[in-house]
Design a protein around this ligand. Structure first.
Ligand code: ZN
Ligand code: ZN
Length: 247
């Protein structure tokens, strides 16, 4: 979730995203837009659930969705056509797309190579900060240019060492952070190798080898850009994940 001056953009709502939002005290009705970087299940499983919650089952239409073409059309779209009539806008994203949402500008930075699925990395920015979300995909040297000038960079880091698969590794994260030189690196999207290694240890490895402060994106981690990129733990409003209406 990217939030700035009352505008909320939910990115890649994977399994459990609705429950996690409620635990954190985020009312889905107050989310303005949903973005999918690509159609894989771990990035889209809760998109329909969240649209249903946002629009109160269609009784309160509104909100926007930005997603690649193959998430919306073809034989197996991941966003139900049934829901789309309840949204203000459904936009197909492609390379060079950019959208304004409140004070946030959202740009598709580049197309990633990722198992033949249409996949786009994103840049969020306003006057005082720039955040890159380098989503799933194989490391490509063009990434250094596409995401340059970012203050904070989220890198989907699945493996410890590079493999011939369309995902990045801790070593790729080091290369990206050394090249982009942000103030903060955030590693995310861990495979079993990294989970067994330990997230803190993995982030330490990246930090020591890149020279860039790096944290793992654990659940309920927040970064406040206004407070000098301070890393905070979100205080849960509904720890059990029950709806606040169930009293
Ligand atoms: Zn994927
Ligand atoms: Zn993924």
């Amino acid at each position: 979730m990217v939030e700035e001056a009352g505008t909320r953009i939910h990115v890649d709502p994977g399994p459990g995203a609705l429950v996690r939002a409620i635990q954190a005290g985020i009312d889905p009705e107050n989310i303005d837009a949903f973005v999918l970087t690509h159609r894989h299940l771990d990035h889209s499983a809760d998109i329909n659930t969240l649209i249903e919650a946002k629009t109160m089952g269609g009784w309160n239409p509104g909100g926007k969705v930005f997603a690649p073409e193959d998430a919306l059309s073809g034989e197996d779209p991941v966003i139900y056509r049934y829901h789309r009539k309840n949204l203000d806008e459904v936009r197909v994203i492609s390379e060079e797309s950019s959208f304004n949402m409140g004070s946030i500008k959202l740009k598709c930075a580049m197309k990633h190579q990722h198992h033949g699925v249409e996949t786009y990395g994103l840049i969020f920015e306003n006057e005082s900060w720039r955040l890159a979300y380098i989503t799933d995909g194989k490391y490509q040297e063009e990434m250094l240019k596409a995401y340059e000038g970012s203050d904070a960079v989220i890198i989907n880091t699945t493996f410890r060492k590079p493999r011939e698969l369309d995902h990045m590794s801790l070593e790729d994260a080091v290369t990206l952070l050394k090249g982009i030189k942000p103030r903060l690196g955030i590693i995310y999207h861990f495979g079993m190798e990294i989970l067994r290694m330990g997230l803190v240890k993995a982030a330490q490895y990246v930090e020591e080898n890149s020279g860039v402060k790096t944290i793992p994106a654990k659940e309920f981690t927040a970064v406040s850009f206004e407070s000098g990129f301070r890393v905070e733990k979100i205080k849960l409003k509904n720890p059990l994940g029950f709806s606040p209406y169930w009293k």
